[in-house]
Unconditional design. Sequence first.
Length: 318
Amino acid sequence: MNKRSRKQRFYRQSDGKQHIGSSLRPRRQFRDFPGPPPNQGPPLRVLPVGGLGQIGMNCMLLGLRERYIMVDAGLLFPDEVTEVGMQKVLPDTSFLHQWRDRVEALVITHGHEDHIGALPYLLTHLSLPIYGSPFTLGMIDHKLRERSLQKNAELRPLHDGDRIDIGPFDCEFLPVTHSIPSGNITAFHTSQGVILHSSDFKLDLTPVDGRRTDLSRIGALAHDPGIRLLLADSTNADSPGASRSETEVGRNLASLIRGQDGRRVIVASFASHIHRLQQLADAAVENDRVLVTLGLSMRRNVKLARDVGMSTRQLERL
């Protein structure tokens, strides 16, 4: 497909979304900057660009006066009924053509597609440093190299407990458990108070890798200096009860595999769910089986886990 026809596949709607592969008529105008005009409005700004009130397309701007950082840049998978013909739905960041000098960095909370999937499209007209955990940055690096965009971003690794200045903010990064490794909660320390951004989370007290959500530090922040604003997001958080620990899921999987002597066992999993793959590898070794991964993403993520040192001996044998 030539460059001209490829560009014509991007269409915008006034609802703050950008569609790829839809039959909507193209719109040439750029989206207005979602914040207040220069030198107007409150000094601290929280500006959702996408993802508010829905699952997917996570993207937000945090600003102090005229200096901003962006948190996440994800895509939304289209609804098969109401968005027929669309391949991906992205947050409309076209305003950055005019306001790119205001955004100083991008912080990525974790590596799921609804948090990193829009990066290759965002970085076609923007160049900036990207902060994230080593595993998350490894997933991003692959995406950028696929499209020869690695020169448009400087990848800066974060580690649990890091506290660094990014743009106008003093940022503190805390571990959080989720269905993908190495997620981060971010505490933005500002002159207006602390903004705590939870990232996606699952409160697992017995995670496979032992990396638990740092609830004690969150409690300390709540006590002093206090949390001015909590931005929290977790799928099904409004449902009663609690999610089972991933360790418990692994024990059940091991029991099922143990009872299938002489039979092949096929297990489906998200390619990014390294902890699930780790437990399958443990069960395979325990039952003298061979674990074979299928799919390019699965193999790539297993290699990435080995490269950043988060897998144990069983997974490293794959």
